[in-house]
Design a protein around this ligand. Structure first.
Ligand code: DX5
Ligand code: ZN
Length: 220
């Protein structure tokens, strides 16, 4: 069970300080947006390179960008532990996974809420993680979409059927009141932005989320 707070909800004028506020988490989730794939703009490679120099925990880069085939490998070269591309934006996912692995990161494919998993099941042969979005990508602080839980179950069943060590990440609206259903459905990496950075005590909220998810694991 990995907790990955999203720094989208951090203070962008104090990113180093806010990375240290989540030092007890497993990964720092970094949302890269380009004004094209999503109607929002956040940060890009130079900022990720700077974060990599000061982060106490590994970076989990979620690229909500067009043409990840071209742009994503540089995030792996910058030292990100995991790089997530959107399957909707990718021309050649198998080549991209190969390029990410060659550049030294894990490779994750993300599915928007309206994107079905079945057409991409064969990619479980190569990816390290599947991100099931539980909001429309683009903004923090949106409401959790419980209607994505059947997709999480479907991915988990496919992984179990095929064997292998592939993680399932959920992202969007994950909080103390929604994390249990994600864990029950089979997720094992949990992104939480507003739930962690909006809490008075970020460290305590990370521990609470991890405890809730751990208590639910295997109840599927
Ligand atoms: C949304 C981003 C999320 C976002 C989650 O496009 O991918 O990572 O930061 O924020 P919360 O947890 O507030 O929904
Ligand atoms: Zn994200």
């Amino acid at each position: 069970m990995l907790i990955a707070p999203s720094i989208l909800s951090a203070d962008f004028a104090n990113l180093e300080r806010d990375l240290h506020r989540i030092a007890g988490a497993d990964w720092a989730h970094v949302d890269v947006m380009d004004y094209h794939f999503v109607p929002n703009l956040t940060l890009g490679l130079p900022v990720v390179e700077a974060l990599q120099r000061v982060s106490p925990i590994p970076l989990d880069c979620h690229l909500m960008i067009d043409d990840p085939d071209r742009w994503a490998p540089a995030y792996a070269e910058a030292g990100a532990e995991s790089v997530t591309f959107h399957i909707e934006a990718t021309a050649d996912p198998r080549k991209l996974v190969k390029d990410l692995h060659a550049a030294g990161s894990k490779a994750c494919m993300a599915l928007k809420p309206g994107t079905a998993f079945a057409p991409y099941e064969e990619l479980l042969d190569v990816v390290d993680m599947v991100l099931v979005m539980t909001v429309e990508p683009g903004f923090g602080g949106q409401s959790f979409m419980a209607d994505q839980m059947p997709k999480v179950r479907e991915v988990r069943e496919a992984i179990n059927r095929r064997g292998g060590q592939i993680r399932i990440e959920v992202d969007g609206g994950v909080s103390a009141s929604t994390i249990e259903q994600c864990a029950e459905a089979g997720a094992d990496v949990f992104v939480a932005g507003s739930a962690v950075y909006g809490a008075d005590n970020a460290a305590a909220s990370i521990d609470q989320l991890r405890d809730l998810a751990t208590a639910c694991a295997g109840h599927a």
